[in-house]
Every structure is written in structure tokens, then in C-alpha cells.
Design a protein around this ligand. Structure first.
Ligand code: PLP
Length: 375
């Protein structure tokens, strides 16, 4: 299998699994218990919190463990709205993940006004548009770090500084950025930042929300006293420990990630664009994650192409895994290129440093062959 869908999910690394292993059948206590067998697990949780904090240069006390980034995104936006009850305006972009977009759409139904900032043909947004959209009524801005479908990077530092200067809370969905680019919340002054473990080799079902010590927060999941009363629910110690280990490993590889993965991605992209007629890149050439390429194959149904690639052992996708069962054309590509019709003709390949040049050669040949067969 040649797995080129790392923006959808990544495998748990053996070191991560080994770190988690004792917490399933040996150290299975409840960290909230008073006896040692349970209570000692608190230190495993706090070690993991330090490891995750180090990945984004946060303080340990600024991190809340959640079940996934969908929860983190929902929780951050809710907290910002609750802290600004008199304000009824939210700003986001038309290319966010469904966990932000659909939440905003639901909030619209309960009376909030939402501005969906547009992007240009390269997937970039204009800071001036954000600046013009912010008003006294704006409670929160939610704009992602890196797009999951195209890899396009938003100017998060400038966005954060603008929001800070206008006194508006800023939430950033940094799910796709973790381990791929440096995240430093000391230099990018976000109020809230979401991450999820399964995009950087931890298990599925564990995420985190960074809440700056200056930002307001109230729980989204009400329950017990866990997470300093900020997120109820018995902590999943194995998943948290694995998240910590994965964060530590990701931190060690972030500096070399792009140099390892970009030549492979560029080779794949250039080969396909130059050998397959009627293909087009979606996303800015350089303001983009080094591992992602998103290509339109004119006149080719994505589903059919993915099936043929799968039969050759190549796993790719036509966009967000969360919407893979939808027949709709990608909202991200549509936002960039409004003339895009209703047919899904887009394939996303998302790599990882473990991919080899041989994998890429096989993928190029399989893609060329499949497109010829379908046309
Ligand atoms: N945000 C982005 C940009 C994503 O790519 C994803 C996952 O696909 C999510 C949020 C949701 O993450 P989770 O699966 O942990 O809820």
C-alpha cells in the first residue's frame, strides 16, 4: 500500500504505541481516584501536557485535553461567544473545516451573523478583508493555520496581531500545521488553538485546545472536575500519554519535515501536471504545506480515479475525509474557483517523510494510467 492521505489521518508510531501500552492493561486506574493506583496517573497526564505544550511553546496550564479537534473547535468558538454575550458577529473563511463551518452555520440559525471571508484563486485571503469585516459587534475570528484540502497557509501571525490590536478573540484551527510547520504561540498571539493527535501519529479520539491564559474560557463539556473543571469526562490516560509522545516526536522532526517531504511532493506534482493533459493545481505554489498537493483532473470523476488508484495500492482522497461520503464538490475548491462545476474532479495527495521516491514513481505511473483509462 502506498498511503498518500496523511492529511486524513496518520498511523500511530511504534514509539507512541509503546508509550501508551502500559496504560491499557496494567496502569488502568482512574486518575481522579484518591488511592495511589489511580492518582499516580495524574503525573502521566501532566507529563503529556508538558510535551504537547512544548510542541506549540505554550504553558502547560494553557492546554485542555479534548476528544478531537472537532470538539476543540466547537469549544473555542463557544467560549468566545459566551465571554461576549452582547456581540453577535463571527468571522471565519469559506474554506474552513466542517467542524468550524457547520458550527457557524448552526450558530447563524440561533441568531448570530457570520462573515465567511473569501479566498483568491490560490486559496489565500486578504488581510484587508478581515480588517474591514471586524466591527464592534465581532465576538470571535476563527481562521485556520493550514488548509486540509490544499495545504494553503493563512498569514496567522498577521491575523493574530490584527485581532489583538482590534480587541477581538482569535481561534486558530492548527490541526494540519502540527509537526509540519513551527507553531509558536509566544510569537503568534492566538487566543485559542486546536490540535488533534491522529494527524501527527497519535491515536484517534484525542485532541487538545490551547487557551491563552489571557483568553476567557468556560466548559463546552460539563461534567466532573477533570481538566481543572474546564472539560468534564474521565481522562483517557493511554490516549493522552500517546498524544504527549507523538508531540515530542513531532517537535523533533518539524525543522526537517519540509526538506524531507517537499522534493517528493514536488516531483509527484510536476510529473502529473506535465504529463497529464487538462490538469490544474489548486492552491498557492509556495504558501503551502510541503506535503500536500491538490490537483483537478478535467473530465475525470474523482471517485472513479480513486477506485482505480486504490486497485493499484495507492490511497489518496478527493478532499476532506469528513465529507468523503458527500457527492458535493469541495467547498474549498469552489471557494477558490467559483466557476468549478458540480462534478468532483479533484484529487488530494498528502505525503509524509516516510514516503519514498519509488512510492512517488509508482503513484505517478498509476495516476497517468488511470486517467488514460477513464478518459
Ligand atoms: N480541522 C481540520 C483542518 C482537519 O483537517 C480535521 C480533520 O480532518 C479536523 C479539524 C477535525 O479533526 P478531528 O477528526 O480530530 O475531529
Amino acid at each position: 500500500m502506498i498511503y498518500l492521505d496523511h492529511n486524513a489521518t496518520t498511523p500511530v508510531l511504534p514509539e507512541v504505541f509503546e508509550a501508551m501500552r502500559p496504560y491499557f492493561c496494567e496502569e488502568w486506574g482512574n486518575p481522579s481516584s484518591t488511592y495511589k493506583f489511580g492518582a499516580k496517573l495524574k503525573s502521566a497526564i501532566e507529563t503529556a501536557r508538558s510535551q504537547v505544550a512544548a510542541l506549540i511553546r505554550a504553558r502547560r496550564s494553557e492546554l485542555i485535553f479534548t476528544s478531537c479537534a472537532t470538539e476543540s473547535n466547537n469549544a473555542a468558538i463557544r467560549a468566545a461567544l459566551k465571554a461576549n454575550l452582547g456581540k453577535r458577529h463571527i468571522i471565519t473563511s469559506g474554506v474552513e473545516h466542517s467542524s468550524v463551518l457547520r458550527h457557524c452555520m448552526a450558530l447563524q440559525k440561533s441568531g448570530y451573523r457570520v462573515t465567511y471571508l473569501s479566498v483568491d484563486r490560490d486559496g489565500l485571503l486578504k488581510l484587508a478583508d478581515l480588517e474591514n469585516a471586524i466591527s464592534d459587534d465581532t465576538a470571535v475570528v476563527s481562521l485556520m493555520w493550514a488548509n486540509n484540502e490544499t495545504g494553503v497557509l493563512f498569514p496567522v501571525k498577521e491575523i493574530a496581531e490584527l485581532c489583538q490590536s482590534r480587541g477581538v478573540l482569535y481561534h486558530c484551527d492548527a490541526v494540519q500545521a502540527a509537526g509540519k510547520v513551527e507553531i509558536d504561540v509566544r510569537t503568534v498571539p492566538v487566543d485559542y488553538l486546536s490540535l488533534t493527535g491522529h494527524k501527527f501519529h497519535a491515536a484517534k479520539g484525542i485532541g487538545t485546545l490551547y487557551v491563552s491564559r489571557k483568553a476567557p474560557f468556560s466548559p463546552f463539556i460539563h461534567g466532573g472536575h477533570q481538566e481543572r473543571n474546564l472539560r468534564g469526562g474521565t481522562e483517557s490516560v493511554p490516549l493522552i500519554v500517546g498524544l504527549g509522545k507523538a508531540a515530542e516526536l513531532a517537535q523533533g522532526q518539524t525543522a526537517t519535515y519540509a526538506t524531507k517531504v517537499r522534493p517528493l511532493r514536488d516531483h509527484l506534482e510536476m510529473h502529473i501536471l506535465s504529463s497529464v493533459p487538462d490538469t490544474e493545481l489548486n492552491g498557492h505554489r509556495t504558501e503551502r504545506l510541503a506535503n500536500t498537493t491538490n490537483i483537478t483532473f478535467g473530465g475525470v470523476d474523482s471517485e472513479a480515479l480513486l477506485i482505480l488508484l486504490d486497485s493499484e495500492g495507492v490511497c489518496a482522497s478527493s478532499g476532506s475525509a469528513c465529507l468523503a461520503d458527500s457527492a458535493e464538490v469541495s467547498h474549498v475548491v469552489k471557494a477558490m474557483k467559483p466557476e468549478t462545476g458540480t462534478a468532483r474532479q479533484v484529487i488530494r495527495f498528502s505525503l509524509d517523510p516516510a514516503i519514498t521516491m519509488n512510492d512517488i514513481e509508482v503513484t505517478c505511473a498509476a495516476t497517468i494510467h488511470a486517467v488514460e483509462a477513464l478518459r
